[in-house]
Design a protein around this ligand. Structure first.
Ligand code: IVH
Length: 667
């Protein structure tokens, strides 16, 4: 028994050490595969010997399914905000005030101001006991279960010398790369996009399901230590100590002896911050000595010993010409501002997203207004305000959200609790009909050789109203259209014929069921081998499947409850599309590449890239587009890019050729 306990202990320690190497130091020393294997061993042991359970075990980072409202916790030390400055003069005012008030030499620590959501962690005896959001500054939400999923947050501290109890504050961030990935996924599903990484991070932290939080790969940087028995008497040295205990303390913090040092820091980071993996919106200046901090004290809202300097967001002023409302494939109505073209951060901006009705209302927009457009942490420029002084006597009409669909006249609906408006006329609203057909023909779905313009022509000519109609097109139909020559018409017909071989999972994806993206379609077809089985699956059957939650399950059962969809499917079946997983694919499935992440690079002789991609997935592996610490192999053909080659060498990723790969999956 003692042996088991010791083994569990060693595994936990080693896993935490590897977590730290990977997530805090960005310097892994073992492969992901080895890591996963150790984790699995620990999980099995913990299940078998529940008497050794420990809420701080690395296995707890995956998150449980436990769902509850958050408990409110009162902050021992209130979470204050910082005074903001926007110019070098204001920074000088701050500096001079400190010099006057202290009347002795002092140091300033300069740091970056991270643009995420703040968090306070409480450690007792070296263990994380609680994580609380800022809330109203006095009390916040207990989000411990969610924060535990963040790999760079130490659950147990390393090295010695930490106080028996202390608090550490920092920022939870969603790195740009994760933010882009998440939004791309949401765009595919026509879900509302996150406007910036900050909203995405705070939204994620408030998720009731820690498993979802774990999947989003948040990060956490720390910048403030509090407690009765801190190791040092300066802010800088305390952060250095915290770094040794395992916290991710940004290594860009600097001690400044003069105002010029501070200006240099600001000037450097104003441009250099664009190369960081996370969003920043300014710098923070703090008096280094804790004694001096205490002397300076606090106002009701913020410390007198610290201040934030905010970087200037790139902003322009231009005229609002009109607002249009676009209807997407799933009926979501998006308001878009049409602007007088203006140069902003190197690109000409003509349009800006207005997101939803609440945003329009909040801005009190009128046509002809001069509006401020910013490109801050956002991808799409946004309108942040109206220049009220520029409003003339001839005030344009107030911008209101429309009540009926601009495309089909159906009254719009706004589901309770949602910010978006939808057009409910799925079967009769042209952009929804065309949008579904456009989705059906895309490369990732049926790969039929036509673009949105052709779909438009075919729809306008009355030839296609849904995906099934495509398969009834004849040569004479196509030739009756303007601009269609014999060759392109025959090409389209051939492409339609070829699409009948497209595997079932892509047919399912092509139907465009809400929330059923490529990955979900794959999961579904592994669990249900035919359209018929899927159609008969109950809500309960569906949520049994890995990664299928209630929202997706409901969307699927709703889809199959609609007779029009059943007719569409039966027609597609009649025309010969694949409605089940083919026997060979099932027979050839294996788990030989389970847990392995493989990047494909270069050109190949024996199979196409898409075929290799399919093979990786068929054998349980994961295909990824870019080389990272998580890559196990690079399947390299001729002309592999030099950047990838260099990165692979640096990370020690193994490179294999076609033959080696085929051997790996051979019987
Ligand atoms: S120190 C009492 N340092 O900015 C001082 N805050 O407006 C506590 N922030 O709520 C804050 N980077 O969420 C500090 N390096 C940094 C920071 C930082 C970002 C955020 C934090 C805080 C807000 C203050």
């Amino acid at each position: 028994m003692e042996e088991i306990e010791a083994k569990i202990k060693t595994l936990r320690e080693e896993l935490e050490r590897h977590n730290y190497n990977y997530y805090v130091l960005s310097n892994p020393t073992i492969s992901d595969r080895e890591f996963d294997r150790m984790m699995k061993t620990l999980q099995v042991l913990e299940e078998e010997y529940p008497e050794y359970a420990d809420p701080h075990s690395p296995t707890q980072r995956v998150g449980s399914d436990l769902s509850k409202e958050f408990e409110q916790v009162v902050h021992k030390y209130p979470m204050l905000s910082l005074g903001n400055t926007y110019s070098e003069e204001e920074v000088r005012d701050f500096y001079e005030r400190i010099a006057r008030d202290l009347n002795e030499p002092f140091e300033i620590v300069a740091e970056l101001k991270y643009d995420g959501t703040s968090i306070s962690l409480i450690y007792q005896k070296g263990r994380l006991v609680r994580a609380v959001t800022r809330g109203d500054g006095t009390r916040g939400d207990d989000v411990t279960a969610n924060v535990k999923t963040i790999r760079s947050v130490p659950l147990k501290l390393m090295s010695a010398g930490y106080p028996a109890e202390f608090e550490i504050r920092g920022e939870i961030l969603l790195p740009w790369a994760e933010f882009d990935r998440l939004n791309k996924e949401r765009e595919e599903q026509e879900e509302p996009l996150f406007a910036n990484p900050r909203n995405a991070a705070s939204g994620t932290l408030k998720q009731q399901n820690p498993t979802i939080v774990a999947a989003r790969k948040l990060d956490a940087y720390f910048y403030y230590l509090l407690g009765e028995e801190l190791p040092a008497d300066t802010h800088y040295d305390n952060l250095e100590a915290a770094r040794k205990w395992g916290f991710k303390i940004p290594d860009v913090i600097r001690k400044c002896d003069t105002l010029q040092d501070i200006y240099d820091y600001i000037a450097y980071w104003d441009t250099e911050r664009k190369n960081l993996p996370v969003a920043t919106d300014g710098i923070v200046l703090k008096v280094n000595s804790l004694r001096q901090q205490k002397n300076l004290g606090f106002t009701a809202k913020s410390p007198r010993w610290a201040i934030a300097y905010k970087f200037q967001a790139e902003r322009a002023v231009t005229r609002l010409n009109s607002v249009s409302f676009q209807v997407g494939r799933t009926g979501t109505v998006t308001p878009v501002a049409n602007l007088e073209p203006v140069l902003l951060a190197g690109t000409t901006v003509k349009r800006a997203s207005l997101h939803n009705a609440d945003i329009i209302e909040g801005l009190d927009l009128h046509l002809g207004d001069m509006v401020y457009v910013e490109k801050g942490g956002e991808i799409i420029p946004k309108i942040v305000g109206v220049d009220m002084d520029a409003r003339s006597m001839l005030l344009g009409a107030k911008v209101c959200f429309i009540r009926i669909c601009p495309e089909c006249g159906t009254p719009l609906v706004r589901p309770e609790g949602e910010a978006a408006h939808y057009c409910p006329n799925e079967s009769g609203c042209p952009p929804q009909i065309k949008g579904r057909i456009e989705h059906f023909v895309t490369r990732k779905a049926m790969n039929i050789n036509i673009g949105p313009e052709t779909v438009e022509d075919l729809y306008n000519a009355g030839f296609v109203k849904n995906a099934a109609d495509l398969y009834t097109l004849t040569l004479s139909d196509l030739l009756s259209l303007e601009r269609w020559a014999d060759k392109s018409a025959r090409n389209l017909l051939a492409s339609l014929e070829e699409s009948k071989q497209v595997p079932f999972e892509r047919v399912l994806y092509g139907l465009g069921i809400r929330y059923v993206g490529e990955t979900v379609a794959k999961r579904l077809t592994s669990a249900f081998h035919s359209m018929e089985q899927l159609e008969q699956a109950s809500f309960e059957d569906l949520i049994e499947v890995d990664e299928i939650g209630e929202r997706i399950a409901k969307s699927i059962t709703d889809y199959f409850a609609d007779a029009r969809n059943l007719t569409l499917i039966s027609r597609l079946k009649e025309y010969g599309l694949q409605m089940s997983v083919d026997e060979e694919t099932i027979a050839n499935r294996s788990e030989k590449l389970k847990g392995l992440t493989i990047v494909i690079s270069g050109t190949f002789n024996q199979h196409s890239r898409d075929e290799y991609k399919a093979m990786i997935e068929q054998h349980g592996g994961k295909n990824s587009g870019s080389v990272s610490g998580k890559t196990d192999y690079i399947l390299a053909g001729a002309n592999m890019g030099p950047a990838k080659l260099e990165k692979a060498a640096k990370l020690g990723v193994k490179i294999i050729n076609e033959e080696e790969f085929l051997n790996m999956i051979a019987e």
